[in-house]
Design a protein around this ligand. Sequence first.
Ligand SMILES: [Ca+2]
Ligand SMILES: [Ca+2]
Ligand SMILES: [Ca+2]
Ligand SMILES: [Ca+2]
Length: 436
Amino acid sequence: MNKLYSVIFMSVLLNETTFADTFIVTHTSDPPPQVCEVDDCSLREAVKAANNNSGTDTILLQNETYALILTGLDDAANVGDLDILDDLIIQLVDASSTNLFTIESNVDDRVLDVHPGVDLTIHNGQIKGGDLSIQFLATNGGGIRVMNASLFLNNSQIVSNLAKDDGGGIYAFQSIIQLENTRIAENIAAEKGGGLMLVQSQLQAENSTFESNEATSGGGLYTDWLLANNQTNVRIFDSVFVTNDADFGGGLFGIDNVEVVNSTFSGNLAVADAAVKMNEGSLTMKYVTVIFNDAVDGVDVTVSDVVTGSIQNSIISGSCKILSGGGFESNGGNIESPGDTCEFGAAPQDLISINPRELYLDSNLAKNEGLTLNHAIRSPFSQAIGNAIVINEITTDQRSKPRDSMPDSGAIEALETDFTLIFKNDFELLEELSEE
Ligand SMILES: [Ca+2]
Ligand SMILES: [Ca+2]
Ligand SMILES: [Ca+2]
Ligand SMILES: [Ca+2]
């Protein structure tokens, strides 16, 4: 290498290595922040140091709870929420661990505030206790607020946060959210999006759980893209919406272009539209199971008359309100309950008027060797088996088990090992019961 070039090369390398730094948090307390020192650094001090050091720094935490106790509102991470002002990764010291660190707000503010232009990545973190119920100005995003920024949550949990308005767990405005093996649970929004509220934002959720969140609209997820666009902004794969609760749209409320694949909606509650309410935009569902949801109006899935899109290889064990005119249609391989409210039947391999008992779906939710809760098929006589139409690009089910050449309708492909219970006769079951 030419000497001049090698000097330039070295200086580029040095620049890159000196920019990003690693800050190791040494204790769990939250004193008024000073300098992050090698032997004395709080989480807040580490965040401020990373904010002030250009480049994507990494903050390392232990498998401990880091409680935020300094009251007040600011956007410099001195008090209240931790304001993230520069690209950042937060993870455990032991990156191979499956434990979680916890960042918990013990004051009247959210936990994390991700400011414009910032990429925040969290591995193995639990974000909990954010509370905006007495705030007057910043009332969205009880756990995390993401404004014109991006957030990647991996192996993480967003739990027990509260927003006065929208986004109990997370509120995202013109942002990109990526969830991988992440659980958003027991968050509350007084208005929209109990678990997650998206405004003109993109979501990719994989192996993720929206569980027991509450809101007025969109208990699990509310997604709102006011300006029409042609891209699929919300993609949900191998995920579950379970026991979320709202007045309107218990699981998901959409004014957006939404795709849901290999996913389950179970046990969601609402006054109207227990599982899914699509008001505008488009909805694409492939290999989705909707079952055991309950709405006062008796409707599980509503698709308004301006919504386009399609449903394929899915089970709706419940009732639909598909308003005509939007062009939303069945692409076949679907199964619906007696009453035939989903307007299936015209497309190939659509089964109508199927009593839910004929599906032999386990009424208990379990992971069944996957990462998210689902209802396994317990009998080889299930009407779901072999009823789906092959979709070449979808080769696995919700739990990442392979789809075979005769794929099954709904989120789960039946495996022989799933059938073991059903082959037991009554005598064997009685014996088991008496042994307990
Ligand atoms: Ca930085
Ligand atoms: Ca703030
Ligand atoms: Ca703050
Ligand atoms: Ca099959």
